[in-house]
Ligand binder design. Sequence first.
Ligand code: NI
Length: 195
Amino acid sequence: MALLKIARMGHPVLRTRAREVEDPTDPSVRALVRSMIETMYDAPGVGLAAPQVHVARRVIVFRVPEARQEPGEPEAPDGPLALVNPTFEPLEATLAEGLEGCLSIPEIRGLVPRYHRIAYYGTTPDGRRIEREATGFHARVVQHEIDHLDGVLFLDRMADFRSLAFESELHHLTEGGDEGETASDDDEGRADERS
Ligand code: NI
């Protein structure tokens, strides 16, 4: 295992469509995933896509901290889940806004609309086919990581750049005023919630 260098915004690998992996059980995929998981925890973050470590292949790793799991959501992985060739589809048209950060765009956060409820699919490096439903934060992380495989960054998804903020200034965004779901105290500056 090894800690991998994380590509930052401006590196072309983050703007390239990553290629499908022909054999998800190939030992090289397993080795990549192990290092990606180590790198994700070290960062620390909740998700990482292979292009973020300069590998333009369709591989993601992520986790959903227990505090971020929706009540009654049995399928959220608290431990890391690795998916090869992941895809998703929205299960409802409803979009929800939430703060996102990205390990490739350090110290910056912004409100991003994402599908609230999705189904996602993929294969694990041990060859298991995964089909799950996800809501809320879980659904958001999956959409953020799959975007990375298509060269899309969360900034591209923002509807209003006025919510763009440095993590150290986030208390201005969340205090007083708008008590909506989009900027709850829950969302404030949790440094490990970048992906
Ligand atoms: Ni990211």
